[in-house]
Ligand binder design. Structure first.
Ligand code: FCA
Length: 339
């Protein structure tokens, strides 16, 4: 083991967590010390993405309300995930919520958590077992991925019809990340809705992204646009806002702007700066799902499981609603996302 890595739990313990490893304060003359708060971890694969920051916000609000503590950590890969679980155990956490960086880590995460006596609640990206099937025995909360994808497709078609574009002169760019089930279910849903609305299969083009961020989508869509230079009107779908934002940027690079591009993302949290731009862009809207609500629910269910032995439901799904430049502020204010 690298020396720094070996020191990591100790540094983590000393630096990040006050009270770590200490026994509860002794009773004082003023009365017995308050019982130590239950601690849970909340590990996310992409802490730089606003979606996950909003999940953390929701978890913090739940912790405040119910009197527990949340240790928030980014886990970009398998190694970081495994050491984060060790660190949580050292810090006295009793369980954790996790959006794993790789769904195939599910069995390894469960083995490590069981060894440390930690309860696990999975969020967004459902664990996949060695047999390739979802690990449905691990409690999970996430999007109704197919329905939300279909909603993106339906809204794309509606806006295309409103603009009077014909299917024959329109291309559909679907930014895909099919190795992740929730992503594939969303983009398959969008394609199914567009096919059902009458878009011909040969006008639908997949752009597979290598990484699930804006640069990953930008690169994938540039390849598609080089192959299809004659298409000058595009509908854009993808697994989340970042996928659609990368596509919109790539299209702008080819001179295709708000009049030629209709993009509908998913999440509704990672497009706020885009929707606030003074002039419209090709990013028309997003299917908003409440990240704070998901984060809060996951944290609350895990806390109740630890504290009172309330077994959480194994599968909880959240639905979504379209936001656009016209309505995002009022919807997100009502949801508590915007002040
Ligand atoms: C995945 C995506 C996130 C978000 C989440 C619900 O983890 O990477 O952007 O859409 O599902």
């Amino acid at each position: 083991m690298k020396p720094l890595l070996a020191l990591a739990p100790v540094l983590f313990c000393l630096g990040l967590l006050s009270g770590c490893g200490r026994s509860p304060a002794p009773d004082t003359a003023a009365g017995p010390a308050a019982p130590a708060k239950i601690k849970i971890g909340f590990l996310v694969k992409q802490p730089e993405e606003p979606w996950f920051q909003f999940e953390w916000k929701g978890a913090d609000a739940a912790a405040e309300k119910h009197g527990f503590e949340v240790i928030k950590l980014g886990v970009a890969d398998g190694e970081k995930t495994m050491s984060a679980i060790d660190n949580l155990a050292v810090a006295g956490a009793r369980g954790f919520v996790i959006c794993t960086p790789d769904v195939r880590l599910g069995p390894a995460i469960m083995a490590k958590a069981n060894q440390k006596g930690l309860k696990v609640f999975s969020i967004d990206d459902q664990f996949v077992g060695a047999d390739g099937k979802f690990m449905t025995e691990v409690p999970y909360i996430g999007m109704s991925a197919s329905a939300i994808g279909r909603s993106a497709g339906e809204n794309l078609f509606q806006e295309m019809t409103r603009r009077g574009w014909s299917p024959a002169e329109t291309g559909v760019c679907v930014v895909t990340f099919e190795e992740l089930d929730t992503a594939r279910e969303r983009t398959d849903g969008a394609i199914a809705a567009l096919r059902a609305a009458g878009l011909p299969a040969e006008r639908i083009f997949k752009a597979p992204q290598k990484t699930t961020d804006i640069p990953g989508s930008f690169d994938a869509v540039n390849i598609l646009l080089t192959r299809q230079p004659s298409i000058r009107r595009w509908l854009v779908a993808g697994m989340n806002d970042s996928a659609v934002l990368g596509a919109v940027r790539a299209m702008e690079g080819r001179g295709l702007g708000a009049d030629q591009v209709i993009g509908v993302g998913i999440n509704g949290t990672d497009c706020l700066d885009e929707l606030r731009k003074p002039a419209a862009t090709g990013f028309y809207g997003s299917i908003f799902v409440s990240a704070p609500r998901e984060g809060a629910k996951a944290a609350e269910m895990l806390h109740a499981w630890i504290k009172d032995g309330v077994t959480p439901p194994l599968d909880t799904r959240e639905s979504g609603v379209l936001i656009t430049r016209a309505n995002f502020e009022s919807i997100l204010k009502a949801e508590g996302i915007l002040p």
